[in-house]
Every structure is written in structure tokens, then in C-alpha cells.
Design a protein around this ligand. Structure first.
Ligand code: FES
Length: 165
């Protein structure tokens, strides 16, 4: 018996029920790339934080857990003295909705990482991990120096962009 993918015979993918109870958040307003400019500093290394993550919380009147995590990170970074070697930029959906809250670390010439299962208690570890990431040339922080949330919550890593020859 031939098994057909539901994507083949369903007339529209949108009509399929979510497989996990969560789907990519499509309710967020459309924001132009100009509105996504960094809100802290002008450093090259960026900690992107998804502000639309619900992390299982429902309701339209709530401040989303992703937004709460972002704001807590920005506030904690503001309280730190000294130069900042990375910036925090909010983003709407990193396609990791099933394991939100979500964040991503990127930087020129560096491997990029996406992390999940984050919450407001992750703030200190996220800032520590981001600072260690920023201190590398390639984004590869030694395993033992990575905060536990980076070890357990890593979703994916992406190699640096190839340099044109
Ligand atoms: S809403 Fe999709 S990763 Fe946060």
C-alpha cells in the first residue's frame, strides 16, 4: 500500500492541524527590516531574541514570554558596566516555536547558533554565553565554557558564510 504525504493530498497546508500543538506564529505584525535595527550598541556580534515566542502561554492580553525574555536581557545588559561586545536585537520568530523561547547568536566569520527552551531565568547565562561567543574569532566556544542552557538548548548551528574568492 502506498502511503501518501498529507502535504500531497491536503488542498492547503494551512488547513492541517498542528502536529505538536504549536505552529509558527503568524499573528505578529509585519515589520520592515528597518524597524529591526539594533537597540543596543553597534557591535558586530548579535544576540537575536524572538519576542513573539509564547512558550506554551495562550491569550492575546499577555506579554509574551519571548518579549519578557528580550526586555529582561536588555535591562540586565544596561545595568552592566564596561564596553559591550555584542548587541541584542529583537526578531519575530526564529522558526523554533515548539521549543521557545528562542534566541540566536551570530557574528561575522563565526558559526551561528539557535537556542531554545529559554525563559527569564536564562538571562545571566545568555549574557555570559554571548560574551564568550563574542570573544572568539569563529564562534566556537569550548564545550566546558558554554553555559548549560547552551549545551542542552542548542537547536542548530550554521557555518559562517563563505568568503568570496
Ligand atoms: S514565535 Fe517562532 S520561534 Fe518564537
Amino acid at each position: 500500500m502506498q502511503v501518501r504525504s498529507p502535504l500531497v493530498w491536503q488542498p492547503h497546508f494551512e488547513r492541517m492541524p498542528p502536529l505538536t500543538g504549536y505552529v509558527m506564529d503568524r499573528s505578529a505584525p509585519v515589520v520592515s527590516i528597518e524597524d529591526l535595527k539594533p537597540d543596543i550598541g553597534d557591535a558586530a556580534v548579535t544576540l537575536h531574541v524572538c519576542v513573539t515566542c509564547r512558550a506554551g502561554e495562550e491569550g492575546e492580553d499577555i506579554v509574551r514570554p519571548g518579549r519578557r525574555l528580550h526586555d529582561a536581557l536588555v535591562e540586565a545588559l544596561r545595568r552592566e558596566d564596561g564596553p559591550r561586545d555584542f548587541r541584542i536585537v529583537e526578531v519575530e520568530c526564529l522558526s523554533n516555536c515548539n521549543r521557545g523561547c528562542s534566541a540566536a547568536l551570530t557574528g561575522p566569520g563565526r558559526w551561528s547558533y539557535i537556542y531554545g527552551d529559554l525563559n527569564e531565568s536564562s538571562v545571566d547565562d545568555l549574557l555570559t554565553g554571548a560574551a564568550r561567543y563574542a570573544a572568539t574569532a569563529d564562534g566556537l566556544v569550548p564545550w566546558r565554557e558554554r553555559p548549560m542552557i547552551f549545551r542542552k538548548g542548542v537547536i542548530a548551528r550554521v557555518p559562517p558564510s563563505a568568503t568570496p574568492v
